[in-house]
Design a protein around this ligand. Structure first.
Ligand code: NAD
Length: 484
């Protein structure tokens, strides 16, 4: 197998917030790796724009350090790093003022793809969009990339959409949810719609339930104050888990084409049932040993913000009516593991009689670590002991199956930035999708805020609050182990 790298068209990419954490950790290291792979054309230019005062050389030194820190050693090639850095320049720009804009305008070349990455807080989106137009830097062909969080509720998301819409058409706006750039997430679509095997079974008649887990081991320390205004529902469910749910539940689009895919995702969000309070479990991690609990990390003794949430959802459409979707995500859990598990129903009748402890088929799509898939099937236990059934995994780690090619799989940011340059919006959220997700999320948050309920405390390093186990047990089901 040979990986194919098709160079993108020459581009000018302006990164507002080019000195920030995201630019240093993800965007620039990602661009370097694309440069190394040969995907970034020689004459592409990256222009960092931020508030602090640097010249080109000082900025290149910052990014050299970032590459040293955030790119694997075996990918750090001195000659390539120099060549990459020579593509970078820096302009001091104040989004809220007039300084620097003329200089920036002078750097934008005719005949290139023009992309503007807003790697700054959303309060600056309007000012940036306005000045890009005022100084004739952006036009109707330019692309603009915006980061999460895209609002904190429906009203703020609508406001952001309206602000951007004053200057850009929807086809120019790329709202990043980096989960959509993950290799396995796209594999989800390949597996569902590229095989005949699964799709006929992919409905309420054959699927007992679906579990989506995004578990983290880190707490919120360091960004506790920011997180405390958000919480797991806003920070993870409204965007990442919702996107995974959409890809799992959506109808086959007629083509792998941006609006066809996004139309189908939107229909899923609109078909989500309201969630009753009894189907929501919220938690906060407690202190352990020397390590602070959520309350200390958030520096808010009265905090009622959840660092964990589990929900049972229903989708009211022909395909899914009656099949529950259980979602959970949390911080300081026992392992860093994200997966989607499709748990199939038992066969209608066992010709082998009652078999103690038998479990049905489960298709697990692992997002991290060890991206891959695992299908649990029933076979006969080897040996002469009669027809005893056991379950075995048909395990496929993509890294093993694809060998060296798996190492060249670009990370989510690398892929998404190249998609922006290619003008492909399939893996980006459309404005109406984001608004529909908030429209579903808002009443749930208002519900628990109105009731004044406090999240349950759970032990750091555990699987989450006890009540989350009960959410499943009550239905005669259980969560899968959170394990690496
Ligand atoms: P940061 O605070 O580290 O960097 C902010 C950048 O914006 C700096 O380069 C700063 O110079 C620039 N800036 C601030 N005010 C400016 C102004 N008036 N004019 C011009 N430039 C200005 O922030 P970050 O962590 O890099 O995050 C950037 C955006 O990405 C935020 O919206 C954040 O929510 C989002 N995001 C960040 C991460 C992450 O891992 N850091 C992950 C997901 C989303």
């Amino acid at each position: 197998m040979v990986s194919r790298v098709i160079p993108v068209d020459p581009f000018d990419l302006v990164i507002f917030g080019g000195t920030g954490d995201l630019a240093r950790r993800k965007i620039l290291p990602g661009l370097y790796l694309r440069f190394l792979s040969g995907q970034m054309p020689e004459d592409a230019a990256i222009i960092a724009a931020a508030r602090s005062d640097h010249d080109d050389d000082a900025y290149r030194a910052i990014i050299r350090k970032a590459i040293d820190e955030f790119v694997a050693k075996d990918k750090r090639d001195a000659k390539s790093i120099d060549a990459f850095l020579s593509r970078l320049s820096y302009v001091q720009v104040d989004a809220m003022g007039e300084g620097g804009w003329k200089e920036l305008a002078g750097k934008i070349r005719k005949g290139m793809v023009h992309a503007f990455y807003f790697s700054v807080g959303p309060s600056l989106f309007g000012a940036l969009a306005e000045r890009l137009h005022k100084h004739k830097i952006a036009d109707r062909k330019s692309r603009v990339v915006v980061e999460k969080p895209f609002g904190k509720d429906l009203a703020s998301a609508q406001e952001l959409n309206a602000t951007l819409a004053q200057h850009f058409r929807e086809e120019q706006i790329y709202r990043i949810d980096h989960y959509l750039g993950k290799e396995t997430v796209q594999n989800l679509m390949a597996v569902r719609f590229g095989n005949m095997l699964f799709e006929p079974l992919w409905n309420a008649q054959y699927v007992d339930h679906i579990q989506i887990t995004v578990a983290e081991t880190v707490g919120v320390g360091g960004r506790g104050a920011y997180y405390d205004n958000s919480g797991a529902m806003r920070d993870m469910v409204q965007n990442h888990l919702m996107q995974l749910l959409c890809l799992i539940a959506m109808e086959p689009p007629n083509a792998f084409e941006p609006n066809a895919v996004r139309d189908e995702k939107l229909k899923v969000i609109r078909a989500l049932d309201p969630v009753e309070p009894k189907d929501i479990v919220r938690g906060q991690y407690g202190p352990t040993g020397d390590e602070p609990g959520y309350i200390e990390d958030s520096e808010n003794p009265e905090s009622r913000t959840e660092s964990y949430i589990a929900l049972k959802l229903g989708i009211s459409n022909w395909r899914w009516k009656g099949t529950p979707f259980y979602l959970r995500t949390g911080k300081k859990l026992k392992a860093r593991a994200s997966e989607i598990a499709v748990v199939f129903k038992d066969p209608p009748h066992s010709i082998f009689g009652e078999q103690e402890g038998r479990k049905g088929n489960v298709l697990v799509i692992r997002l991290q670590p060890n991206e891959g898939m695992n299908l649990r099937v029933t076979i006969k236990e080897p040996g002469p002991g009669g027809m005893r059934l056991i379950e075995v995994p048909l395990d496929m780690s993509f890294a093993e199956a694809l060998g060296a090619d798996a190492e060249d799989v670009p990370d989510a940011y690398e892929r998404l930035i190249m998609d922006v340059i290619r003008g492909n919006q399939t893996l980006f959220m459309r404005g109406d999708e984001v608004e529909a997700a908030w429209a579903w999320t808002d009443p749930l948050i208002e519900g628990w805020q109105g009731a004044g309920t406090k999240p349950a405390t759970y032990d750091a390093g555990s699987s989450g609050p006890e009540d989350a186990l009960a959410l499943m047990h009550r239905d005669g089901r259980r969560w899968r182990e959170i394990a690496v």
